[in-house]
Design a protein around this ligand. Structure first.
Ligand SMILES: [Zn+2]
Length: 331
């Protein structure tokens, strides 16, 4: 288990370092500029749909992308690649990371709901790992900057493993209200700047948001019960985060090397914090724990969970605990 997480992390870090060298090429290309024009238009359409829905109709879109209540049409990006899943008789969108601009996924395709999105295949990930040995030039073919935003309909329940990994142009992701699972490394090394994880999500894969260096804002929904291994590793721009009430465990290296993290709120129900969870969070000074000092002391804290963390103070309901374990009870 631990070995695997370390492998994930080193892959993410290795690839990110390489990709930084390429960032300039992607940004300055004429192709990137022209893509920008059409993105804005598509993004605008998606946004206004949501606002109108709030005011006039709680849309219920069908697999024909029409609201069964008011007749509005869900505007989506044409020309995506679909595959019928025989088991569920629904469609999956494949290779979505290779699309351009702000992509809106439809509710349905050919009269059947779209329930999942996928990106890189296992073979492609393997190729990337092998290519990474050859340096940035060898990796160039794999880096996709043209996808800038993604909007998923409520029909999508699953984002596959590695789906948006390495999508450094991807700044925003609007996840639908039906989403339940986010795959392993799904947004790893992407350019996400903020993310709202809906309350429907119950499963987040290891390293799902690992090495999102531009990620400044994370809202974790109420359906999440554990923060898995390396989930937010090396999110260096993240300054604070609130772990929601239902969470009981914080995994191995969950926030390792989040060097900008200064404060974190941890719910009273947490019973274990994994090895390396806050390793190298050098600026971490403020841990808000929503339970008693005794409950904080009872949490199983594994190995070097706070090695390299800042000189933090844990503020509990009835007192504080410093990094060395010294307790001061409130008067
Ligand atoms: Zn409607």
């Amino acid at each position: 288990m631990k070995k695997r997480i370390l492998a994930i992390l080193s892959l993410l870090v290795a690839v990110t370092c390489l990709s930084f060298g390429l960032a300039g090429c992607g940004e300055s290309s004429g192709n990137g500029g022209s893509t920008g024009g059409s993105q804005t238009e598509q993004g605008g359409t998606g946004g206004s749909q949501g606002e109108e829905g709030g005011e006039t109709c709680a849309h219920q879109f069908t697999a024909d992308n029409v609201c069964s209540l008011c007749g509005d049409k869900w505007e989506f990006t044409e020309g995506l690649t679909y595959e019928l899943d025989d088991e569920t008789d629904t469609y999956h969108v494949l290779h979505i990371q290779k699309e351009s601009g702000d992509v809106v996924v439809p509710y349905g395709y050919q009269g059947k709901f779209v329930t999942a999105v996928y990106g890189w295949t296992t073979e492609e990930v393997q190729e990337m790992m092998e290519a990474s040995i050859g340096g940035p030039d060898a990796m160039e073919q794999f880096f996709v900057y043209s996808l800038t935003g993604i909007t998923l309909p409520d029909s999508v329940t699953s984002i596959g493993d590695d789906t948006f990994m390495f999508c450094q142009g991807l700044k925003s992701a609007n996840l639908g209200k039906g989403l339940t699972s986010i795959g392993y490394r799904a947004f790893g090394c992407s350019g996400l700047t903020s993310i709202i994880i809906p309350g429907s999500v119950t499963s987040m894969g290891e390293a799902a948001f690992g090495v999102c260096r531009e990620l400044t804002s994370v809202t974790i929904g109420s359906g999440v019960t554990s923060i898995g291994g390396a989930t937010f590793s090396t999110c260096i721009s993240l300054t604070s985060i609130i772990i929601p009430d239902g969470v009981t465990s914080i995994g191995v290296q969950a926030f390792i090397a989040c060097s900008g993290l200064t404060s974190i709120e941890i719910p009273a129900g947490v019973i274990s914090i994994g090895s390396g969870a806050f390793d190298d969070c050098s600026e971490l000074t403020d841990i808000q724990f929503n339970g008693t000092v005794a409950a904080w002391q009872d949490i199983e804290k594994i190995g070097d969970w706070d090695r390299g963390a800042g000189e933090y103070t844990v503020t509990c309901l009835d007192g504080t605990v410093d990094k060395d374990g010294n307790v001061t009870y409130f008067e």
